[in-house]
Design a protein around this ligand. Sequence first.
Ligand code: CDP
Ligand code: MG
Length: 680
Amino acid sequence: MSIHTPRKKARIRLDDDVSSAKTRPVNSLQKQREQLPIARGREALIREIQENDTTILLGETGSGKTTQVPQYILESGIAGKGMIAVTQPRRVAATSLAARVAEEKNVSVGGLVGYSVRFDEASSSDTRIKYVSDGMLVRELLSDQLLSKYSVIVVDEAHERTLRTDFLIANLKTIQTARNKVGDVSRKGKGPASALNPLKLIIMSATLDAEKFSKFYNNARILYVKGRQHPVQIFHTSVSQTDYVDAALRTFFQIHTDRPPGDVLIFLPGQEDIESLDKSIKMYARRLPEERMTVLTCPMYAALPPAQQSRIFSSAPTNARKCILATNIAETSITIPGIKYVIDTGKCKEKRYLSKDTGGGFDTLLTRDITKSSAMQRAGRAGREGPGFCFRLYTEDAFNSMALSAEPEIRRCSLTQSVLQLKCLGQDFEAVDFMDPPEIGSVISALKTLWLLGALDNSKTLTTLGRQMASFPVEPYFARIILASKTHGCTSEVIDIVSLLSSSSALFLDISDQRDTISEVRGKFRHASGDHMTMLNALRSYQEVAASDSKGARKEWCRQHFVNERTFVEATKIRDQLRQTCQRVGIDWHASTADNEEPVLRCFVTGLVQQSAFLQPDGTYKQTMGHSVIKIHPGSTLCDKKLPAIIYDELVYTSQIYARGVSSVPKSFFSNVTPVAREA
Ligand code: CDP
Ligand code: MG
């Protein structure tokens, strides 16, 4: 199956005849490499990349794009002495793919093959292939505007159209033009000898929407690698399901009891659903008769620690059925071997910007229906190694009325961070040539937020504060809080709290039917001002336990207090990075006010000025910079309290709008939070 330019209007066909591509048993990683569909097009692909500055590569999931293309580039010498970067929208994909490619190359991660994601990096001077999150490459751009250490940049999963990938696609075009202008005398004034190393770009996508990428890159060549796809039989439910987790549970056991061996992949929207279904499956599996196949569950979501990720790739023991519970990460970015059955709940989590009607200024994750394109990809996962089955937990009508594909993030997410980053690069968001331009309203809203945070002055010019904010690897409002701590002398406390808030999982477990028990055991951490200081108290208690007790005792302490130990562990890494950034921008991170809440909350008000609400005479809270009426989340220490003014970390949309991560602050704290006052 060679690489060729796609037929007009090529479509993903789940019923392609692939009898010739039957998987043979393999006994080594090298054999596996050679058998991947992309291997047959290796020479043609290398030739194309050599001859063209930009190449668009399309290929069905699992054909070997992400793991093989960087190796081909390295092996063929195309990269010269430079490095090869491979971008991924998800950090878990970056780390797990680096591990796989290192294994294929028989080296350890961080040597020849490495990765770099927010708060975690494994690379060295030997690293030639680096899997990076798209956000990390944007960060590198801020310190090296031409990304000169890379000679090849592979933008992977471009079809996902994340804001950061779109940001890169736009900037890489300019960088490539600048770097590939051979002999530009004006650039450094030293003539042709100073010409920069040229940059090759490869844009890879798993769906057939390549025309747009090609047009954007001056009609770059589109190559197409055909994957192996066996027929997949698709079933829909006859009526719509109200509880998709329960429906997934029932469907799983139907498969497990009625159908032949083969692993199951269940698509769920997020971590909470995955954890709850995992628990139920384990519970029911224990009740099965002894002679039945056992069940081995493997969760897969963004916040899963690396040690547990590798389990999903190893085969299940004989007489066991593996059941993978994954978010849409398993749709295209990670191919799991052995899947015969897919259960598709039809749901995903999507980042969405809250418009000013709902008083946003930041993104929130909403559970929503997937698109047709996702549904097709999900079904396709069942047919990688042989004929498979996909059980959709929604009706055929529901499928037919799904949107074709998702709207690019640039059209639906907060642009605040990107506008700030572009300002640091000396560019205006409105002037950049994006594949899809943002709505002007979102740009204005981002500019307003940055002005409120003091990152821009009245003439939309970047301030010193703004430049410092951009150097922190956290959201601009968190960076603002940290910078404010310099004035208030409480950097140590502020960094501790911001690290906990920046972790991928929440510190406090919130189990709705156990809220009373939880509230009782957590009583000792509770701080009258609310959730931010309560978090700090919990951290202090944990630090005491960690200093004197065994690992087991620490775990037990976390279990008893319904706190997530993983968050503490991750937060420590984040804290260390934030301390380093503080050092770079001249802030003493040791500065502490002995956990006194007043200065800490003053800093939080500075950053969360848009995320605040005042009490109304009728007992409800109204946003200070939005129109919505909100309630304090039942999981908050301040739930049911009537307080003059609150700040919050996020809003949760259910039947009502709830504020989560809430602290009570005196109204007077808001009075001097104006950009002008802060600049002084
Ligand atoms: O990028 P694309 O979807 O085209 O494929 P890939 O990610 O390069 O995966 C190629 C093959 O490597 C698939 O058969 C995967 O199952 C396998 N793989 C694996 O076994 N373990 C990993 N950690 C990653 C990939
Ligand atoms: Mg891939």
